[in-house]
Design a protein around this ligand. Structure first.
Ligand SMILES: Cc1cc2nc3c(=O)[nH]c(=O)nc-3n(C[C@H](O)[C@H](O)[C@H](O)COP(=O)(O)OP(=O)(O)OC[C@H]3O[C@@H](n4cnc5c(N)ncnc54)[C@H](O)[C@@H]3O)c2cc1C
Length: 410
């Protein structure tokens, strides 16, 4: 089945984030002459999310726009911000869009690309409690930064030590708060990279003065002022951690609600949920594609996977654009990559680490470290902190099957 669209086909993109912008840009760079419409629910022009848990908090450095304002008009990309796509009718190839003023309209498409990202999970019952935050959007980051600036620089608790939780804990510590990072798994990042690397991540937090409480869950977020303001966090063992500020980083869910009733197939929870796609992003509906954090692509081994990483989104946008243009394209990201900045350290992960892989820490000076992951004797991934060159030079070894003994030093 060809994915190639007609030269004058209207491509409509739902979601004006990283994936949407890169797709639009690639379509124009590849010569697509038809309309390109990008609809985004947020009021802002498209911006980059990684700085939100880093410089936007620590340096109040403001929004990092993905493109200069004139880019969209210059590229004939029709950007509609502050508009929400509510429904999709695959039979008539139209979407229903609502505006902030309450009005709505129908938009027809030749090809529709879903790039709607994720919504952070809230801690149940705390949506309206002052001092409790999640972090996904620029507005979330601004609210959190203002709360730090406004209050006495007291105690903060970060619930969940995934990448965003760890980065936020580092940023709040940098801003002078006394921070406790709480994680039910045995270490931070255990689900992503296992407990051995998690222990190195714990060290980088504790040696700077962040308290890491791993292996214990949170029973409740404790409030005062008649339930209006957070005062602390009660752990599963009954201990109360007083806190004027709580950041909840307990994961996110793909934004797919607007697809209810559309018939577009979703991936099962077991494989990560999101919109089920083939290896070029095509969904079960004719002319409908998905990419980025919301998309669950099939890889060339036939496995469905969903990733929540910047590079992955950029690579998928290039693949979908090439498929729509009928040009040659790369396959699903050959070697997955992501990074996380915590304090002065860049943590990088290249490859397919699994929490139960064998891990060999090949260098560790007490601050920077490098580790190789293997399964059944074969190299699966490389991770490092402060080891940019050493991590990236392993990419060729991950492109072909490599016995771990061939890369271990000495
Ligand atoms: C705080 C933070 C820090 C991060 N740091 C890193 C990092 O260090 N390294 C890394 O590799 N990755 C990082 N990431 C992940 C990276 O930013 C994402 O992988 C990337 O933004 C995914 O792009 P996307 O286009 O799929 O989704 P998004 O960038 O989330 O864009 C989706 C857009 O769609 C809009 N939308 C949703 N539903 C609708 C609808 N129905 N109608 C209209 N619009 C809609 C949303 O409002 C949103 O603006 C970070 C993410 C966050 C939140």
């Amino acid at each position: 089945m060809s994915d190639k669209i007609a030269a004058d086909a209207a491509v409509v993109i739902v979601g004006a984030g990283l994936g949407g912008v890169r797709l639009a840009e690639n379509l124009r760079a590849g010569g697509h002459a038809g309309p390109v419409v990008m609809i985004g629910a947020e009021p802002h022009p498209p911006y980059d999310r990684p700085p939100l848990s880093k410089t936007v908090l620590t340096d109040a450095s403001g929004r990092v726009d993905l493109k200069p304002g004139e880019f969209y008009a210059d590229s004939a990309i029709e950007l509609r911000t502050g508009e929400h796509v509510d429904a999709l009718d695959t039979a008539s190839k139209t979407i229903t869009v609502s505006r902030a003023d309450g009005s709505s309209y129908q938009q027809a498409y030749g090809a529709l690309v879903l790039a709607t990202g994720l919504l952070p999970r809230a801690f149940p019952g705390t949506q309206d409690v002052a001092g409790v935050f999640t972090l996904r959007t620029f507005d979330d980051a601004e609210k959190l930064r203002r709360a730090v600036g406004a209050g006495p620089n007291g105690s903060a608790v970060v619930i969940g030590a995934g990448f965003i939780g760890c980065e936020t804990a580092a940023s709040l510590h940098t801003l002078g708060l006394s921070v406790t990072l709480v994680e039910p798994a045995p270490t931070p990042l255990a689900q992503a990279v296992g407990t051995e690397i998690g222990a190195l991540v714990t060290r980088q937090h504790t040696e700077r003065g962040v308290t890491v409480r791993a292996g214990i869950g949170v029973d409740e977020i404790v409030t005062g002022e008649g339930g209006r303001r957070v005062t602390g966090v009660r752990l599963a063992d009954g201990e109360l951690l007083p806190a004027g500020l709580v950041v909840v980083g307990i994961g996110s869910t793909p934004v797919v609600g607007f697809l209810d009733g559309s018939g577009v197939e979703l991936a099962s929870r077991e494989v990560g949920g999101g919109v089920a796609c083939n290896e070029v992003g095509r969904t079960s509906a004719d002319g409908v594609y998905a990419l980025g954090d919301v998309a669950n692509w099939r890889d060339h081994g036939g496995t469905q996977r969903r990733a929540e990483h910047w590079n992955h989104t950029v690579e998928q946008a290039a693949i979908v654009a090439a498929a729509l243009l009928g040009t040659d394209h790369a396959v699903v990201p050959a070697v997955p990559y992501f990074w996380s900045d915590q304090y002065d350290l860049k943590i990088q992960v290249l490859g397919w680490p699994k929490p139960d892989d064998d891990v060999q820490v090949v260098s560790d000076d007490g601050h920077k470290w490098l580790a190789y992951f293997s399964r059944d004797g074969m190299l699966t991934a490389v991770a490092g902190a402060g080891k940019v060159g050493a991590v990236m030079k392993m990419r060729p070894k991950l492109l072909t099957p490599t016995p771990i003994v061939d890369v271990l030093p000495g």
